[in-house]
Design a protein around this ligand. Structure first.
Ligand code: ATP
Length: 366
């Protein structure tokens, strides 16, 4: 079901029980992952979750304490970084300031003593791919951040890797440029059929480009799945909270489909199987699933009452902040014009569909 996946092993990456600690502190814990040839996969998670360490182990800059890293069917444990069939684009582009764009891109091939004519041809081809061919003779300081980022990409592509590792390559770009680059990078990846393993802490970035997303926390994979799957079926409260804007409500299970919270009873059609009454759970409803109304909703529609504390216009959506009697903040988002005119300070209801309230069992904190 993964679009564009090439049917061979040359761009595949398999991680088997990969672990790595720094001193006593585990950075990556027992990671198993199969990345297919031609797939765009993102490692997504908060700062310190281990995504960069994982990427650096695939590149060969770090060595796992245990486990195996298999690229194109071969174990990489004894293969030095420069002999691995992977290339890395780093967060800091580290272009040579005194060299032109073309010289920067050619540098690696010169080191490998590739014939001059071939270098010229490959440099031009990779600059064309990253749409920088007209800047070949400039030096990096005369380029914008986005252009420098493209040169860094060209410098990696010139090696014709089967696997490209990207460590937050767009973090230095402003939002608009980043969104443009996301579209281009995705198109380029499709066109080349290269496997991309992309590290980011930005959920929007991961959702917009990836075939599959790996959500990490505490050095371990919390969930692996297609973008749609991660969004619609988060495996736990951490993943739910990391993707999209969630409202969380701590509650106790009363019976089948019924919870008790400090703002009253809540009903849901999404109770996980086998959760006994009395269990503490965390319920979650996305901001875009919440409707704010001045009239109480019909009987049987899940809702909480509150006071409208704020309305803000976010461009493509209106955001409403509602405070419940227990002091819980509820965020609702809707397209402008979708909600009746409301004034701050007014009593309101936050309502949603029965299936939009997910329920997660609370896991003991490690
Ligand atoms: P960020 O988004 O901030 O880069 P990350 O998810 O990429 O975070 P890592 O850089 O992989 O996280 O770090 C994982 C853990 O390992 C962190 O607790 C970090 O402090 C630790 N760590 C990373 N590199 C080293 C190192 N060279 N020496 C000691 N500890 C390290």
């Amino acid at each position: 079901s993964i679009v564009g996946v090439v049917n061979d092993e040359s761009g595949s990456v398999r991680l088997r029980s990969v672990s790595k600690s720094y001193g006593d502190a585990p950075a990556v814990v027992g990671v198993d992952l199969d990345v297919h040839s031609g797939e765009f996969i993102s490692l997504l998670g908060p700062s310190g979750c281990g995504k960069t360490t994982l990427l650096r182990m695939i590149a060969g800059f770090e060595h796992p304490d245990s486990g195996d890293i298999i690229v194109a069917g071969n174990s990489m444990l004894d293969v030095p970084p420069h002999k691995r069939p992977v290339n890395t684009v780093f967060q800091s582009y580290a272009l040579f300031p005194h060299m032109t764009v073309a010289e920067n891109v050619a540098y690696g091939l010169r080191q490998k003593r590739v014939p001059k004519a071939e270098i010229a041809e490959r440099v031009y081809a990779s600059l064309a791919l990253s749409r920088m061919e007209t800047f070949a003779d400039r030096t990096p300081q005369k380029l914008s951040g986005g252009q420098q980022q493209r040169v860094a990409l060209a410098r990696a592509l010139v090696n014709r890797p089967k696997v490209l590792l990207l460590d937050e390559p767009m973090s230095a770009l402003d939002r608009k440029l980043r969104e443009e680059m996301q579209i281009e990078l995705k198109l380029l990846q499709r066109q080349l059929g290269i496997t991309f393993i992309f590290v980011t802490h930005d959920q929007q970035e991961a959702l917009s480009m990836s075939d599959r997303i790996v959500v990490m926390q505490g050095g371990a994979i919390q969930q692996l799945g297609s973008t749609e799957h991660i969004y619609s079926e988060p495996a736990n409260a951490f993943v739910a909270g990391f993707i999209g804007k969630q409202n969380f409500i701590d509650a106790i299970v009363v019976g089948p489909g019924v919870l008790r919270s400090s703002d009253g009873e809540l009903i849901t059609s999404r109770m996980p199987a086998g959760v006994a009454p009395g269990t503490s759970v965390r319920a979650a409803v996305r901001a875009e699933s919440v409707r704010v109304t001045s009239e109480p909703p019909a009987a049987g529609v899940p809702a909480v009452a509150g006071t409208l504390a704020g309305i803000s216009f976010l461009g493509d959506v209106m955001q409403y902040v509602v405070i419940t009697p227990s002091g819980q903040e509820f965020i609702a988002r809707a397209a402008p014009g979708q909600t009746e005119p409301l004034a701050t300070g007014a009593p309101v209801w936050c309502a949603w569909d029965l299936a939009d309230l997910r329920v997660f069992e609370l896991e003991p904190v490690a």
